[in-house]
Design a protein around this ligand. Sequence first.
Ligand code: ADP
Ligand code: MG
Length: 318
Amino acid sequence: MALSEFSIIERYFTPKGYQHSQVQLGVGDDCAILSMTENSEWVVTVDTMVEGVHFFPNTQPEFLAHKLVAVNLSDLSSMGARPVALTLALTLPAVDENWLQRFSERLFCLTDRFEVDLIGGDTTSGPLTLTLQALGLVPKGQALTRHRAKVGDFIYMTGFLGDAGLGLKVSQGFCVENSAPVLERFHCPEPRVAVGSMILPYANACIDISDGLLSDLGHVLQRSRVGANIFWEQIPLSPQVRRYIDETQDWTMPLSSGDDYELCFTVSPENQQNLERCLSEQSVRFTQIGVIDAGEGLFLTKAGVKESIAATGFKHFR
Ligand code: ADP
Ligand code: MG
């Protein structure tokens, strides 16, 4: 006989304990209880993944759990918040214990690794839909936002650009040499949790790259009422993406493809040295890719020629 909703929760989604002192009550009552904190603020986000819309049918449950946690922690990180708690709303077409086992195992593997507590959720039947809410803490008044980029700021990003986009193409049948790393980047993005809270004292604005650099940096420019110039030759590209561009000439792919979940942030010239010193203690790669300027919109300088990227970049893709 299929498990009841209550047995599913008890067997697969009840943590053995909680890592954060703010969790007064977790899974098992009508609500969870979190205690208030005096010098910090709660930062809250939620993301939904629907089968057939956000992921292909029959995607491995490990990948689904990984991406669900990663995209939410990435949002917290882009605000400079430290993750504390998660709630999980699961809509399942059927009770598949193998799926539940694999999904929940990866989920708790990530909650352990990123020190965040699953404190509640909801379990219902229907088309496969995964919703995760994440709560984090930042020092009061210090959360990083999209609207404080300043003229003269340097623009940085973590990691490589376009690996996830290439991973998506590979998962759809495109052939590349040594495809495992880009598939991994597509299915199992790494949220830049430590970076987010580390750059908090120095960065002016921050966003995570979920929809593509052009689109996401575009949000920062719009909200901050500034422009930017990106230097093509400085964009960090993996060997796989470089080879892809050499073979296809599709050089805009890394700029406009999403799912990398790297952080893109701006820092004033005065804070640049401190920020770089801090980040170089981390194992994560970071690169300066451009500058904020007083103009309007986003420009790309490629081989010495500066062009509006809204006109050139998207044209290839739309
Ligand atoms: P109620 O009917 O009062 O909403 P539920 O029966 O839905 O309560 O849930 C019982 C407990 O299990 C609650 O603490 C709820 O937060 C938790 N819960 C339900 N589904 C999940 C899930 N998928 N993951 C984690 N906790 C869950
Ligand atoms: Mg309920």
